[in-house]
Design a protein around this ligand. Sequence first.
Ligand SMILES: Cc1cc2nc3c(=O)[nH]c(=O)nc-3n(C[C@H](O)[C@H](O)[C@H](O)COP(=O)(O)OP(=O)(O)OC[C@H]3O[C@@H](n4cnc5c(N)ncnc54)[C@H](O)[C@@H]3O)c2cc1C
Ligand code: SF4
Length: 470
Amino acid sequence: MRLDSNDGNSGGFRPSRQVPVRELPVVARLKSVAEVTLGYEKADAMAEASRCLLCADEPACQVAGCPLGSPIADWMRLCGEGRVLEAALLARQANPLPDVCGRVCPVDRLCERACILGSAASEPVAIGEIERFLGDLLSDHAARNGHETPCRVHRRERVAVAGMGPAGLACAEALLLRGFAVTGFDRWPRMGGLLRYGIPPFKLPASILDRKEAELRNLGLEFSGGRHVGAEPTIWNLLEFGYSAVFIAMGAPPAETRTVAGAGLAGVQTATAFLGQANVPRTDRPPELQQPDEELGQDVIVIGGSDAAMNCARTALRLGARRVICVYEGAESHMQAAACEVRLAREEGVEMVFEAVPLRFHEAGGRVLSVELKRIDTAGGTATFRLPADTVVLAMSHDDARGTPAREKVSVYDPRFDLEVDLGSGRTSVAGVFACPDAASGSRTVVAAIAAGLRGARTVAAYLDGVAVG
Ligand SMILES: Cc1cc2nc3c(=O)[nH]c(=O)nc-3n(C[C@H](O)[C@H](O)[C@H](O)COP(=O)(O)OP(=O)(O)OC[C@H]3O[C@@H](n4cnc5c(N)ncnc54)[C@H](O)[C@@H]3O)c2cc1C
Ligand code: SF4
């Protein structure tokens, strides 16, 4: 990687701070689920893109930072020059969901961490915010000018994509663009996976997923919601129904949360159940989540240190909790949550307790009453303390649940198949059946899931084209 002093932005004054992003004031945030970060206007995006050094030859942000290898320096250049629509088209070629990634990518662990402008004295370029601006621009432009991509289905082969989270969406779109007929199946009535039911609307408005859904249907996608693949239909059924290939993108198996005494009490919930109930209208949920929503109460304890934990804590405040405390087993510097998520949570009133683990949940009448915690004391002490709790949300991530193995045998999908998955290529032991390469261990981020879905689409297309895949 080198700086190109001839045509880069390496000369002249460059502000060391990012162009600030507008945010809703805290009081307004807590009164609704409106999006908190309001994004850049064109002038902001141009000014911020102009901070980019336009590194030539393998810019670190795109090679080491972005799992999609998005040509960041190229679209930064165009954006800085005001050629924002061209920049947007380029960003979109690499990423089917730039508007989503610009909002949810933990950029301080990905592209912005790799940006060489980032140092003690200077902030990295706000790559995520610019990508979000470009993604929104393109969608608005298409909607205003009726420039939706027309259906290109011309192949006779049909592909079933099982699971329509970011991996399935990316795979389905890539196959549709290659001309295959694609049907997406999902247990939930709507597409989006964790984007729709795990990431709250104040971070990712549902309207962005609705417009992606419309875009894919326009491209020719058929969608069959409320279908539990493996039960009805089985993968065997899908092959019998005439699908030439099946791509499994059902997300990660649930993280194995540590056994805490009392975890089965009323009032103790998992992050996905809690967020699914809080964020998604009842009619858009699968039957098992259609029961009346649980009473939240005043005191909410969230256990975990990931983005999921921040999402839960901030959601609880919006649902009216009086006090929300996030308990994390490590030091603040070890949290997986993006720094900006932690800042927003604190601003909104979330309290943090570090280096503590839950020992047991105490109850009254079968409902959780308090959490007993042990302080992790490197000196060997065993101090315990209690926090009152009307609701406890278990938001330990896959990373927190250490020891969850990357299983090579995935047998949950169909009782008639014991699918061996090659985690590198995504091929399985059954011809024509492929699994998201991350199916066993789970994608840690949305952008990694998109990358896995795109890789899967290439493998499926090569199989259907009769091309050997390595
Ligand atoms: C609460 C929470 C918050 C998160 N926040 C962020 C964030 O801010 N940024 C970030 O980058 N990442 C975040 N993540 C991680 C991110 O959501 C995942 O990495 C990503 O969604 C994985 O995508 P996927 O398509 O592999 O799986 P999923 O998004 O889980 O999608 C899988 C889909 O398969 C469906 N499915 C499952 N089983 C079946 C079946 N048997 N039949 C039919 N359909 C089935 C599911 O209903 C779902 O729609 C978060 C995760 C959680 C849990
Ligand atoms: S997709 Fe995510 S990691 Fe890649 S450039 Fe965009 S914000 Fe950064």
